[in-house]
Design a protein around this ligand. Structure first.
Ligand SMILES: Cc1cc2nc3c(=O)[nH]c(=O)nc-3n(C[C@H](O)[C@H](O)[C@H](O)COP(=O)(O)O)c2cc1C
Length: 345
């Protein structure tokens, strides 16, 4: 592992004299149903300096939908907070963006990559890549109404990666006044199949002067350094964060000192992970109340134990948990069984 210092220059995302500065250029990706407000609070307690809300329907926010509003509640007190909007009509974006700015969000992001059928059928998310002029129009609707930095998160194309049209889109996004662009270098049709094409990032960073942020298949510091070497200014991390809230702390340490970040690999690691799961439960309950707090915690609990070989024994219990006491008993039992599985370090 190459010690980072020079290899991980800080990332500055700026607009109107406001600079979002990350000392290490890594951040948490928006992930619907996974990076929810309680988990964002936890990630920020453990080294994450910038995270995004999951995609929020611009129209839903304007209509005061309780669901849309719940996604943007309680942004983490520490670090920077981005909000991501999806939709297809500019009039909703301007109003929703102003509202988000008034709620203290530091960055507003446009989703132009979601491959979900329901989103595509409304002309939103990845469908916007079929209509690049609409992307610029939506960005302008946001930019005209807020002062904070604004950017877009794209796939590399709809059905295919076409170099000239992709470069033209990046130039248009930069020309519209965006402060950065994030690229998940798979096409919309590809979904999550295959691998992220890192060459797309090299091409993009040679095309525009605004920061290019890379998202796709990052597991640890080696991937971060590889994207930065190819010209990315920042790296966004998604699925690897599920069940692993201390990823940022360990990645930062590894970028400085070079050790492997394989986790959890000792009984002590398991005990600290279970302690963090208990902390997560308290945040979730104080955010949602008992019933919803435990319900929304359950998928996270299944991610926490995803690397535990004996997890199938706990499966039925996990999906019937409904009280704080049940969760605590569950975590104690998992901790006991899982620590027996691993040798002392
Ligand atoms: C469950 C899930 C939900 C996601 N939701 C969003 C979303 O709301 N907005 C978005 O721009 N991308 C979303 N993504 C894509 C991620 O932000 C990220 O670009 C992608 O997962 C690739 O990064 P990774 O390989 O590090 O996970 C989602 C991905 C997953 C797995």
């Amino acid at each position: 592992m190459v010690p980072a210092n020079d290899a991980t220059p800080p990332l500055g995302i700026s607009r109107n004299g406001k600079v979002i500065e990350l000392d290490v250029p890594i951040m948490a990706a928006p992930m619907a149903g996974a990076i929810d407000p309680p988990y964002r609070v936890l990630l920020h307690r453990y080294g994450c300096a910038l995270s995004f809300t999951e995609m929020v329907n611009a129209r839903g926010l304007c209509d005061g939908s309780a669901r849309s509003l719940s996604y943007i509640e309680s942004p983490p007190a520490v670090g920077y907070s981005g909000a991501q909007l999806f939709g297809s009509e500019g009039r909703y974006f301007s109003k929703a963006a102003s509202f988000l700015e008034s709620r203290g969000f530091d960055i507003i992001d446009l989703n132009a990559g979601c491959p979900k059928r329901k989103v595509l059928s409304n002309g939103a998310g990845g469908a916007l890549l079929k209509d690049p002029a609409r992307i610029v129009e939506l960005l302008s609707s946001i930019l005209d109404h807020v002062k904070v930095p604004v950017g877009a998160k794209l796939r590399s194309g709809y059905d295919s990666f076409d170099v000239p049209s992709f470069k033209a889109l990046l130039k248009d996004i930069e020309g519209a006044g965006a402060s950065y662009v994030t690229i998940h270098p798979r096409t919309v049709s590809q979904g999550f199949r295959g691998t992220a094409d890192r060459e797309v990032i090299a091409l993009a960073s040679g095309t525009v002067d605004i920061p290019v942020i890379a998202s796709g298949d990052v597991k640890g510091p080696v991937d971060v350094l590889d994207y930065l070497k190819r010209g990315a200014s920042g790296v966004m991390v998604g699925r690897v964060l599920l069940g692993d809230p201390t990823w940022f702390v360990r990645c930062r340490a590894a970028l400085e000192n070079g050790p492997d970040i394989s986790f959890p690999s000792s009984p002590d690691d398991i005990i600290s992970l279970m302690d963090i799961a208990r902390e997560h439960m308290e945040i979730s309950i104080s955010f949602h109340g008992i019933e919803k707090g435990v319900r929304y915690l359950r998928p996270h609990l299944s991610w926490y134990i995803a690397r535990f070989r004996g997890r199938s024994m706990f499966r039925d219990t996990l999906f019937s948990l409904s009280t704080r006491e049940e969760v605590l008993t569950f975590l104690d039992e998992v901790q006991e069984a899982w620590t027996c599985e691993l040798p002392e370090r």
